[in-house]
Ligand binder design. Sequence first.
Ligand code: CP
Length: 312
Amino acid sequence: MKSLSVSNLLGIKYLQLEDLHLIFETATHFKEVINRPIKKVPSLRDVTIANLFFENSTRTKLSFELAEKRLSAEVINFSISQSSVNKGETLVDTVNNILAMKVDMIVIRHPNPGSAHFLSKHVDSCIINAGDGTHEHPSQALLDAFSLKEKLGDLTGKRIAIVGDILHSRVALSNIYALKMLGADVKLCAPKSLLPKHIQSLDVSISSDLMKTLNWCDAANMLRVQNERMDLNYFPSIREYTQKFGLTGKLLKKLRKEIVILHPGPINRGVEISSEVADSDQSIILDQVENGVAVRMAIIYLLASKIIIPNI
Ligand code: CP
């Protein structure tokens, strides 16, 4: 059986191209499984997984939980608001206590960049990063790339635009790593104030002209303005942001071709994307959500088969 080159999923940065292909191949199989009348397989019957969400989530939390249940794993969920973290317990102590209850894998979302990596160095378990602050969101990038491949085929040479709040986005960084590894041409479109200083080192092109970017690309991934991570004003007003960087039906109609529209969610309707675009035939937003379960099943299955139950 083929296996991943890693024992944790900390970021796309740590994966090889072969890992991406293996995850996509396995996810294709699981997508077929979850579309059957009986959506479950017994593969992870003896595996217990803890989902630790220290930050809000709808899609990622439910998608991981469903993926685990579709694989027949035992699942426990941890929410910070009801935990002893509020009494001063450290992250490592919290996780070691959970692991002492014979938990096999940890899925963690945390507001601090590097938290999943830190945990992997300090506890003896398989760690899956479900989003660490503004750093990486690897399972999102994998489901985005999987969804793009379904629409566009091989991504080599395909032109993919990532539009919006790149500075505060873990989705952007993971997408850049994944798309570049798959041979795509990546362009970022954002106000200068919403681009990180190190962006030149990532070998992507940059634009602040949305119309030119849309005419250039085969697909556009529209990112949310992350007001909750902003400690100051990065643009004059939401209205002005939307005028320059918001994707509307009017803009799409002006294009000389049809492009694929992605959004990782949650959507701010009428800010970075209009309802007309989000609900249009060109939008694959709900396909991304559907594929998220299959891709996360693949991630969990491949990591479990490698380090916990080598013979499944
Ligand atoms: N895409 C994404 O991470 O959404 P949630 O914050 O709802 O998990």
